[in-house]
Every structure is written in structure tokens, then in C-alpha cells.
Ligand binder design. Sequence first.
Ligand SMILES: Cc1cc2nc3c(=O)[nH]c(=O)nc-3n(C[C@H](O)[C@H](O)[C@H](O)COP(=O)(O)O)c2cc1C
Length: 206
Amino acid sequence: MKVLMLNGSAKKEGNTYQSLLEVGKELERQGIEYEIFQIGSQPVRDCIGCGQCNENGCVFADDKVNEFVAKAKEADGFVFGTPVYYAHPSGRILSFLDRVFYSSGRAFAFKPAASVAVARRGGCSASFDVLNKYYGICQMPVAGSTYWNMVHGCEPGEVKMDAEGMQTMRNLAKNLAWMMKCFEAGKVAGVSLPETERGNQTNFIR
Ligand SMILES: Cc1cc2nc3c(=O)[nH]c(=O)nc-3n(C[C@H](O)[C@H](O)[C@H](O)COP(=O)(O)O)c2cc1C
């Protein structure tokens, strides 16, 4: 089983990466593989609502969105990590995930997930809530920890000094691994996925 993580910072080895790495190391101890996918520093398009999404994902192929979607289809669990910018997730992770989920949300259904927010000082819980919204609308069970998943640090590497933040990352990994193993055991025991009812998609005028 494998967890696909997303580093929503342009910094390859900054604080968000270090926090996700702490999750990954504990996942490995629990017998679960992981990959940290780097969103990178190149431009990321936002969703223009063109409605041209297809079986391969987003119609725009000039960034890493569809590469991530292909990996997501093979993954069994997810952790999305973001630095906090002005008390919200980084613009690049929101542009990226809007296109990932609008084009390919069903690839994530029934797979457990968690979000991680990293900041110098403030805005973690608001950012954490925003990322969790992707899970709620896509039938994804959310793994918790011993605190909301937030870690504090400013200069790259400082998060390693946040002892409770790092502990929260390790407990998150244990809980996510446990959920994944339970789901796998359920599958082996013949518990089938729920049958999703669709057909009613209304707005407020019809
Ligand atoms: C544009 C920008 C906005 C930021 N806004 C906040 C903020 O609202 N609250 C905060 O505590 N830190 C803020 N920070 C600091 C980062 O969240 C912090 O340095 C974080 O550790 C960066 O993670 P990274 O190394 O993974 O990029 C901001 C940084 C930048 C570049």
C-alpha cells in the first residue's frame, strides 16, 4: 500500500517537505510506502471551468496536474501539505488541487487522507480546513492525529524544532496506516464499497 503526498510549497526541502517527511518515515515504520510529490516552482494554471476534463484529467498538459492524477489513481491514501500564505494555503496548491479534483475527483473516493499546514505563526487551522474540503466532497475518510495537523517554523528546517508538531505528524502517520490496513482487511473479508447514489444535482433556482 502506498501514500501519495503533495508538497504545496515551491521549496523542495522547506518546512512543508520536512513535515511530510516525518509522516513518511513513520509510514515506512508501519509498513506503508510513500512518495512526496513536489508541486515545484514552475507556473501552475488555475481552473478556468472550461468543462473539457477527460479520462486523462485536465485538458491543459503544460504542468504536473495530470502526472499527479495518474499517481493518485494508483495510491491508497493521501497527505496534502501546504505552507500558510496570508492565513490560507499556498495559491499554487489551490490552483493545482482545483484542477486535480474537478477533472478526476472520483479517483480519490473511499481512500483515506489528511492535510498538513505549516506556518511561522498563524493561519494553520484555516488552511487545514480549506484542504480538508477536497476530501469531504469526494467521499474520502479523514485521518486525525493528537492535534490538528499543524507544524511551526519559518526558515527551512525550523519545523524539526517543533516537538509537538513532529509528534502530531508521527501520530497522523500511524492513524492513516491503521485506517488503510483496516480498509484492506475489510476488502479481503468481502466488505464492498458503498454504492453511491447520483442523479440529483440541483442549484437554488431549479
Ligand atoms: C507569501 C508568504 C505569506 C506568508 N504568510 C504567512 C502567514 O499568514 N502566517 C504565518 O504564520 N506564516 C506565513 N508565512 C511563512 C511561511 O508559512 C513559513 O515560512 C513556512 O514555514 C514556509 O514553508 P516552506 O518552507 O515549506 O515553504 C508566509 C510566507 C510567505 C512567502
